[in-house]
Design a protein around this ligand. Structure first.
Ligand SMILES: NC(=O)c1ccc[n+]([C@@H]2O[C@H](COP(=O)([O-])OP(=O)(O)OC[C@H]3O[C@@H](n4cnc5c(N)ncnc54)[C@H](O)[C@@H]3O)[C@@H](O)[C@H]2O)c1
Length: 295
Protein backbone atom coordinates (compact mmCIF):
# COMPACT_ATOMS: atom_id res chain seq x y z
CA UNK A 1 0.00 0.00 0.00
CA UNK A 2 1.02 3.65 -0.29
CA UNK A 3 1.73 5.18 3.10
CA UNK A 4 2.13 8.91 3.70
CA UNK A 5 3.81 9.88 6.96
CA UNK A 6 3.30 13.49 8.00
CA UNK A 7 6.17 14.67 10.21
CA UNK A 8 9.75 13.37 9.97
CA UNK A 9 10.62 13.88 13.64
CA UNK A 10 11.31 11.32 16.36
CA UNK A 11 8.19 9.29 15.64
CA UNK A 12 7.62 10.07 11.97
CA UNK A 13 10.90 8.68 10.75
CA UNK A 14 10.45 5.54 12.84
CA UNK A 15 6.97 4.95 11.43
CA UNK A 16 8.26 5.52 7.89
CA UNK A 17 11.12 3.09 8.59
CA UNK A 18 8.87 0.22 9.69
CA UNK A 19 6.36 0.89 6.94
CA UNK A 20 9.05 0.71 4.22
CA UNK A 21 10.52 -2.40 5.80
CA UNK A 22 7.01 -3.90 5.78
CA UNK A 23 6.96 -3.62 1.98
CA UNK A 24 4.96 -0.41 1.60
CA UNK A 25 5.75 2.59 -0.60
CA UNK A 26 6.37 5.40 1.82
CA UNK A 27 6.53 9.13 1.42
CA UNK A 28 7.54 11.30 4.37
CA UNK A 29 6.51 14.91 4.59
CA UNK A 30 7.86 17.66 6.85
CA UNK A 31 7.65 21.43 6.64
CA UNK A 32 11.28 22.07 5.66
CA UNK A 33 13.53 20.22 3.22
CA UNK A 34 16.25 19.94 5.87
CA UNK A 35 13.86 18.21 8.27
CA UNK A 36 12.81 15.78 5.54
CA UNK A 37 16.44 15.00 4.75
CA UNK A 38 17.36 14.59 8.42
CA UNK A 39 14.49 12.14 8.80
CA UNK A 40 15.53 10.11 5.76
CA UNK A 41 19.17 10.08 6.92
CA UNK A 42 18.11 8.88 10.35
CA UNK A 43 16.14 6.05 8.75
CA UNK A 44 19.17 4.97 6.71
CA UNK A 45 21.33 5.06 9.81
CA UNK A 46 18.85 2.97 11.77
CA UNK A 47 18.45 0.48 8.92
CA UNK A 48 22.23 0.19 8.78
CA UNK A 49 22.18 -0.49 12.54
CA UNK A 50 19.62 -3.22 11.88
CA UNK A 51 21.97 -4.84 9.36
CA UNK A 52 24.89 -4.65 11.82
CA UNK A 53 22.80 -6.30 14.53
CA UNK A 54 21.69 -8.89 11.95
CA UNK A 55 18.02 -8.01 12.41
CA UNK A 56 17.65 -7.41 8.66
CA UNK A 57 19.69 -8.33 5.60
CA UNK A 58 21.55 -5.74 3.48
CA UNK A 59 19.06 -6.48 0.66
CA UNK A 60 16.10 -5.75 2.95
CA UNK A 61 17.72 -2.45 3.92
CA UNK A 62 18.30 -1.50 0.27
CA UNK A 63 14.74 -2.45 -0.70
CA UNK A 64 13.33 -0.37 2.15
CA UNK A 65 15.40 2.66 1.11
CA UNK A 66 14.21 2.18 -2.46
CA UNK A 67 10.60 2.40 -1.29
CA UNK A 68 11.16 5.64 0.65
CA UNK A 69 10.91 9.21 -0.57
CA UNK A 70 10.51 12.60 1.06
CA UNK A 71 8.76 15.85 0.25
CA UNK A 72 7.74 19.19 1.69
CA UNK A 73 4.54 19.18 -0.38
CA UNK A 74 1.51 17.89 1.45
CA UNK A 75 -0.29 17.35 -1.83
CA UNK A 76 2.51 15.17 -3.23
CA UNK A 77 2.64 13.24 0.04
CA UNK A 78 -1.02 12.26 0.23
CA UNK A 79 -2.41 12.34 -3.34
CA UNK A 80 -1.97 8.57 -3.87
CA UNK A 81 -2.07 7.46 -0.25
CA UNK A 82 -4.01 4.47 1.00
CA UNK A 83 -2.97 5.33 4.54
CA UNK A 84 -1.97 8.70 5.98
CA UNK A 85 -0.28 8.66 9.40
CA UNK A 86 0.33 11.95 11.11
CA UNK A 87 3.22 12.36 13.56
CA UNK A 88 3.24 16.16 13.88
CA UNK A 89 3.52 17.96 17.25
CA UNK A 90 1.12 17.02 20.03
CA UNK A 91 -1.26 19.96 19.64
CA UNK A 92 -4.87 19.49 18.71
CA UNK A 93 -4.97 22.58 16.50
CA UNK A 94 -1.88 21.52 14.51
CA UNK A 95 -3.21 18.01 14.01
CA UNK A 96 -6.63 19.22 12.96
CA UNK A 97 -5.12 21.75 10.53
CA UNK A 98 -2.84 19.10 9.01
CA UNK A 99 -5.70 16.65 8.53
CA UNK A 100 -8.03 19.32 7.18
CA UNK A 101 -5.47 20.10 4.49
CA UNK A 102 -4.67 16.43 3.87
CA UNK A 103 -8.36 15.71 3.31
CA UNK A 104 -8.35 18.15 0.40
CA UNK A 105 -5.67 16.25 -1.52
CA UNK A 106 -5.92 12.62 -0.37
CA UNK A 107 -8.18 10.02 -2.03
CA UNK A 108 -11.58 10.08 -0.35
CA UNK A 109 -11.19 6.50 0.86
CA UNK A 110 -7.68 6.87 2.34
CA UNK A 111 -7.46 5.85 5.99
CA UNK A 112 -6.38 8.71 8.25
CA UNK A 113 -4.39 7.69 11.32
CA UNK A 114 -3.07 9.79 14.17
CA UNK A 115 -0.08 8.87 16.31
CA UNK A 116 -1.24 11.08 19.16
CA UNK A 117 -0.11 9.83 22.55
CA UNK A 118 -2.75 11.64 24.59
CA UNK A 119 -5.22 13.71 22.57
CA UNK A 120 -8.77 12.57 21.88
CA UNK A 121 -8.85 10.66 18.58
CA UNK A 122 -12.61 11.28 18.51
CA UNK A 123 -12.00 15.02 18.56
CA UNK A 124 -9.31 14.77 15.88
CA UNK A 125 -11.61 12.57 13.74
CA UNK A 126 -14.39 15.14 13.87
CA UNK A 127 -12.41 17.33 11.46
CA UNK A 128 -13.16 14.94 8.57
CA UNK A 129 -16.21 15.00 6.39
CA UNK A 130 -16.18 11.23 6.81
CA UNK A 131 -14.77 10.68 10.32
CA UNK A 132 -15.33 6.91 10.09
CA UNK A 133 -12.00 6.61 8.24
CA UNK A 134 -10.01 8.04 11.15
CA UNK A 135 -8.26 5.90 13.79
CA UNK A 136 -5.39 6.14 16.27
CA UNK A 137 -2.17 4.22 15.60
CA UNK A 138 -0.12 4.83 18.74
CA UNK A 139 3.48 3.79 18.13
CA UNK A 140 6.09 3.76 20.87
CA UNK A 141 9.50 5.37 20.83
CA UNK A 142 11.73 4.28 19.14
CA UNK A 143 9.13 3.10 16.65
CA UNK A 144 11.55 0.95 14.65
CA UNK A 145 12.32 -1.12 17.76
CA UNK A 146 9.29 -1.11 20.05
CA UNK A 147 6.93 -3.97 19.11
CA UNK A 148 3.63 -2.47 20.27
CA UNK A 149 1.08 -0.39 18.37
CA UNK A 150 -1.98 0.63 20.37
CA UNK A 151 -4.92 0.88 17.96
CA UNK A 152 -7.23 3.56 19.29
CA UNK A 153 -10.83 3.25 18.16
CA UNK A 154 -12.63 6.58 18.12
CA UNK A 155 -16.36 7.03 18.58
CA UNK A 156 -16.73 7.39 14.78
CA UNK A 157 -14.20 4.76 13.57
CA UNK A 158 -15.83 2.19 11.26
CA UNK A 159 -15.30 -1.58 11.37
CA UNK A 160 -13.62 -1.40 7.95
CA UNK A 161 -11.14 1.21 9.17
CA UNK A 162 -10.31 -0.92 12.20
CA UNK A 163 -9.83 -3.96 9.97
CA UNK A 164 -7.53 -1.96 7.71
CA UNK A 165 -5.50 -0.82 10.73
CA UNK A 166 -5.19 -4.40 12.00
CA UNK A 167 -3.96 -5.48 8.59
CA UNK A 168 -1.41 -2.65 8.38
CA UNK A 169 0.00 -3.31 11.88
CA UNK A 170 0.33 -6.99 11.02
CA UNK A 171 2.12 -6.10 7.76
CA UNK A 172 4.82 -4.17 9.63
CA UNK A 173 5.25 -7.06 12.07
CA UNK A 174 4.15 -5.16 15.16
CA UNK A 175 1.81 -6.42 17.84
CA UNK A 176 -1.48 -4.53 18.08
CA UNK A 177 -3.63 -3.97 21.12
CA UNK A 178 -7.02 -2.36 20.76
CA UNK A 179 -8.25 0.34 23.06
CA UNK A 180 -11.28 2.60 23.13
CA UNK A 181 -10.56 6.28 22.80
CA UNK A 182 -10.33 7.27 26.48
CA UNK A 183 -7.83 9.72 27.99
CA UNK A 184 -4.38 8.15 28.25
CA UNK A 185 -5.56 5.06 26.33
CA UNK A 186 -4.25 2.00 28.20
CA UNK A 187 -0.52 2.72 27.98
CA UNK A 188 -0.16 6.32 29.19
CA UNK A 189 -2.77 5.85 31.91
CA UNK A 190 -1.03 2.84 33.44
CA UNK A 191 2.47 4.20 32.83
CA UNK A 192 1.61 7.50 34.51
CA UNK A 193 0.13 5.70 37.50
CA UNK A 194 3.28 3.63 38.04
CA UNK A 195 5.52 6.68 37.86
CA UNK A 196 3.24 8.79 40.04
CA UNK A 197 3.12 6.27 42.83
CA UNK A 198 6.87 5.62 42.61
CA UNK A 199 7.63 9.35 42.96
CA UNK A 200 5.12 9.71 45.82
CA UNK A 201 6.84 6.82 47.59
CA UNK A 202 10.24 8.47 47.16
CA UNK A 203 8.73 11.69 48.49
CA UNK A 204 7.34 9.92 51.56
CA UNK A 205 10.73 8.37 52.24
CA UNK A 206 9.49 4.79 51.73
CA UNK A 207 12.67 3.96 49.83
CA UNK A 208 15.35 5.68 47.80
CA UNK A 209 14.77 6.49 44.13
CA UNK A 210 17.33 3.89 43.15
CA UNK A 211 15.76 1.20 45.34
CA UNK A 212 12.26 1.91 44.04
CA UNK A 213 13.50 1.58 40.46
CA UNK A 214 15.54 -1.52 41.28
CA UNK A 215 12.50 -3.12 42.94
CA UNK A 216 10.43 -2.72 39.80
CA UNK A 217 13.27 -3.69 37.47
CA UNK A 218 14.16 -6.91 39.25
CA UNK A 219 10.85 -7.72 40.92
CA UNK A 220 8.75 -7.23 37.82
CA UNK A 221 11.36 -7.85 35.16
CA UNK A 222 10.99 -4.38 33.63
CA UNK A 223 13.77 -2.94 31.46
CA UNK A 224 13.82 0.20 33.60
CA UNK A 225 12.22 1.51 36.78
CA UNK A 226 9.25 3.93 36.71
CA UNK A 227 11.29 6.92 37.93
CA UNK A 228 14.10 6.35 35.43
CA UNK A 229 11.38 6.16 32.78
CA UNK A 230 10.26 9.68 33.72
CA UNK A 231 13.81 10.92 33.16
CA UNK A 232 13.85 9.16 29.79
CA UNK A 233 10.56 10.53 28.52
CA UNK A 234 11.03 13.97 30.10
CA UNK A 235 9.78 15.50 33.35
CA UNK A 236 7.91 18.20 31.39
CA UNK A 237 6.10 15.68 29.17
CA UNK A 238 5.14 13.62 32.24
CA UNK A 239 3.73 16.61 34.14
CA UNK A 240 1.70 17.56 31.07
CA UNK A 241 0.28 14.06 30.67
CA UNK A 242 -0.51 13.76 34.40
CA UNK A 243 -2.25 17.15 34.48
CA UNK A 244 -4.35 16.11 31.51
CA UNK A 245 -5.26 12.77 33.11
CA UNK A 246 -6.02 14.54 36.38
CA UNK A 247 -8.43 16.86 34.59
CA UNK A 248 -10.09 14.01 32.72
CA UNK A 249 -9.95 11.15 35.23
CA UNK A 250 -9.48 12.60 38.68
CA UNK A 251 -7.15 13.68 41.46
CA UNK A 252 -5.37 10.35 41.57
CA UNK A 253 -3.24 11.63 38.68
CA UNK A 254 -2.14 14.82 40.50
CA UNK A 255 1.60 15.30 39.80
CA UNK A 256 3.59 14.96 43.04
CA UNK A 257 5.44 18.01 44.42
CA UNK A 258 8.80 16.35 43.89
CA UNK A 259 8.08 16.02 40.18
CA UNK A 260 6.86 19.61 39.89
CA UNK A 261 9.97 20.83 41.68
CA UNK A 262 12.12 19.14 39.05
CA UNK A 263 10.09 20.87 36.36
CA UNK A 264 10.50 24.29 37.98
CA UNK A 265 14.25 23.73 38.30
CA UNK A 266 14.48 22.87 34.60
CA UNK A 267 15.74 19.40 35.55
CA UNK A 268 13.84 17.60 32.82
CA UNK A 269 15.75 14.32 32.81
CA UNK A 270 18.09 12.81 30.26
CA UNK A 271 17.63 15.63 27.73
CA UNK A 272 18.88 18.32 30.16
CA UNK A 273 21.51 16.15 31.87
CA UNK A 274 19.63 15.97 35.17
CA UNK A 275 16.24 14.94 36.46
CA UNK A 276 15.87 12.35 39.19
CA UNK A 277 19.22 11.04 38.01
CA UNK A 278 22.32 12.73 36.62
CA UNK A 279 22.99 11.84 32.96
CA UNK A 280 26.04 11.94 30.73
CA UNK A 281 25.94 10.88 27.07
CA UNK A 282 22.57 9.23 27.59
CA UNK A 283 23.78 7.16 30.56
CA UNK A 284 23.00 7.50 34.27
CA UNK A 285 26.11 8.56 36.20
CA UNK A 286 24.52 9.40 39.57
CA UNK A 287 21.40 10.31 41.49
CA UNK A 288 20.25 13.93 41.64
CA UNK A 289 20.21 15.53 45.06
CA UNK A 290 16.44 15.78 45.47
CA UNK A 291 16.31 16.87 49.12
CA UNK A 292 13.33 16.37 51.43
CA UNK A 293 9.91 17.11 50.08
CA UNK A 294 6.63 16.19 51.66
CA UNK A 295 3.36 16.90 50.03
N1 LIG B 1 8.28 11.06 21.18
C1 LIG B 1 7.61 10.06 21.74
O1 LIG B 1 8.09 9.36 22.64
C2 LIG B 1 6.22 9.73 21.26
C3 LIG B 1 5.70 8.46 21.46
C4 LIG B 1 4.43 8.14 20.96
C5 LIG B 1 3.70 9.12 20.28
N2 LIG B 1 4.24 10.37 20.12
C6 LIG B 1 3.44 11.35 19.39
O2 LIG B 1 3.95 11.48 18.07
C7 LIG B 1 3.73 12.81 17.60
C8 LIG B 1 5.03 13.39 17.11
O3 LIG B 1 5.95 13.38 18.17
P1 LIG B 1 7.53 13.45 17.93
O4 LIG B 1 8.16 13.12 19.23
O5 LIG B 1 7.88 12.71 16.71
O6 LIG B 1 7.70 15.03 17.65
P2 LIG B 1 8.89 15.76 16.89
O7 LIG B 1 8.85 17.16 17.37
O8 LIG B 1 10.15 14.99 16.99
O9 LIG B 1 8.43 15.72 15.35
C9 LIG B 1 7.34 16.43 14.85
C10 LIG B 1 7.68 16.82 13.43
O10 LIG B 1 6.52 17.32 12.80
C11 LIG B 1 6.92 18.37 11.95
N3 LIG B 1 5.77 19.16 11.58
C12 LIG B 1 5.20 20.22 12.19
N4 LIG B 1 4.14 20.65 11.50
C13 LIG B 1 4.03 19.83 10.42
C14 LIG B 1 3.14 19.76 9.32
N5 LIG B 1 2.16 20.63 9.20
N6 LIG B 1 3.33 18.76 8.40
C15 LIG B 1 4.34 17.88 8.52
N7 LIG B 1 5.22 17.93 9.54
C16 LIG B 1 5.06 18.88 10.46
C17 LIG B 1 7.98 19.10 12.73
O11 LIG B 1 8.77 19.92 11.88
C18 LIG B 1 8.75 17.93 13.33
O12 LIG B 1 9.80 17.50 12.49
C19 LIG B 1 3.07 13.56 18.74
O13 LIG B 1 1.69 13.51 18.59
C20 LIG B 1 3.48 12.75 19.97
O14 LIG B 1 2.58 12.88 21.04
C21 LIG B 1 5.48 10.69 20.57
Amino acid sequence: MNVAVLGAGAMGHGIAHVSALGGHSVIVRDVEQELVENGLEQIEENLEGGVEREKITPAEKDDAIERLTGTVSLETAVEDADLVIEAVPEELEIKRAVFEEAEEFAPSDAIMATNTSSLSVTEIASVFEDPSRCIGLHFFNPAHIMPLVEIVVAEQTSGDTKEFADHYVESIEKTPTTVTDVPGFASSRLGAMFSLEAIRMAQEGVASIEDIDETMRLGYNLPMGPIELVDHTGVDVNVEVMEYLREELGERFKPPQLLKRKLRAGKLGRKTGEGFYVWEDGEIVGVSDTGDVTE
